[in-house]
Design a protein around this ligand. Structure first.
Ligand code: NCD
Length: 346
């Protein structure tokens, strides 16, 4: 039975809001291995189902995106609607009380007081989502905070790889054993990399990163992640190649980068370069792509590309994450699709 969105709005001791049932997702560290397996399994189970039970009927979701977004915002909205939730959006832009001097925090606390079950947030501030968990009654889902984390992107990347490699989502830390993943481009300023480098090694993958000076810092990589000095070196034997956009909006003004053509010549994924990866290597990109910079048209639109499948599985992952946020994850269907067997299925 759906809980009314307004049924548990009580201020806790010292004015702290009473948290709703369910769970926050601010970063990959919020998930234990079993939860990761369950989220990935349920997401892959529901991804291609034409009809889904409305397990979030009566729930209210707020999408509060203070940074530009196409895929992630629409994906969360589509996911919430497919599960029967009501979705409202807030962008803190010129048409809102931000133009009257209200702080983003005051705006969000007032919106929270209206009674949302989960608030999906994107913001340029680091750790913004975690901070909100202390102040809001709704469960908080991080849709990207500065250069820190973007956990649902990492989960959808993992789901795409598990599916493409014919692995089992429920294999936990074994799910991607033996899979070599090259992540290339702007690692340092990418929250996609921030979450991916936390998640993919936990699934057993061997991960290597490569990118130009100023966009990768080998000293700041997790122990489980290798560093390659060139894109060509990272590609050798890779089963998965994930290309990342230069996050120009976050770069220090002092950082000098090559022009687009020079960058592409050295760091762009071309068809010729892709041939040095494994024969059945797949290509991922979280979007937005800068064609002719980090990736060529031929690769982006080629047979190895799983970029549009990422978008599809993104909706499925966000259905699972929203259901978890509302305490309803185990109401999502399970199906044999969560234990796909394929060419190298475990
Ligand atoms: C990413 C983001 O916003 O961090 N995009 C996304 O969510 N699909 C990557 C990017 O902006 O380059």
């Amino acid at each position: 039975m759906a809980t009314s969105a307004f049924s548990d709005d009580r201020a806790g001791e010292a004015g702290r809001p009473v948290r709703r049932v369910g769970a926050d997702l601010c970063g990959i560290g919020d998930l234990d291995d079993a939860e990761i397996a369950t989220l990935l399994g349920r997401a892959l189970a529901v991804a291609d189902l034409p009809h889904l039970p409305e397990v979030l009927c009566g729930r209210q979701i707020l999408a509060a995106f203070a940074e530009p977004s196409t895929r992630t915002r629409m994906s969360f909205q589509a996911a919430a609607r497919r599960l029967g939730a009501t979705v409202l959006t807030f962008d803190g832009g010129a048409a809102t009380s931000a133009s009257k001097g209200e702080s983003p925090l005051d705006a969000l606390r007032n919106l929270d007081a209206m009674g949302f079950d989960a608030i999906v947030v994107r913001d340029r501030r680091e750790q913004w989502a975690s901070r909100l968990t202390e102040l809001l009654s709704a469960r908080v889902i991080n849709a990207g905070d500065g250069i820190s984390e973007h956990p649902t992107q990492a989960l959808l990347d993992a789901a795409t790889i598990i599916e493409a490699r014919g692995r089992r989502a429920d294999a936990g830390p074994e799910a991607l054993v033996g899979v070599r993943i090259a992540i290339c481009g702007d690692i340092l300023h990418s929250r996609v990399a921030g979450s991916g480098l936390r998640l993919l090694p936990r699934l057993g993958a061997s991960v290597v990163v490569a990118g130009p000076p100023g966009l990768v810092d080998p000293e700041r990589l997790p122990d489980a992640v290798d560093y390659a000095e060139s894109l060509d070196a990272a590609l050798v034997g890779a089963d998965v190649v994930m290309m990342l956009r230069i996050q120009r909006e976050r770069l220090p003004a002092s950082l000098e980068l090559p022009d687009d053509a020079s960058y592409h010549a050295r760091w762009g994924l071309t068809q010729r370069r892709l041939e040095t990866a494994a024969d059945d290597a797949i290509v991922l990109h979280p979007g937005p792509m800068n064609r002719g910079v980090e990736i060529s048209d031929t690769v982006a639109d080629g047979p190895r590309s799983r970029i549009l499948r990422q978008a599809r599985l993104g909706v499925a992952v966000r259905m699972a994450v929203l259901a978890r946020a509302c305490g309803r994850l185990h109401h999502l269907p399970t199906s044999p699709a969560s234990s796909i067997t394929g060419p190298d299925g475990l």
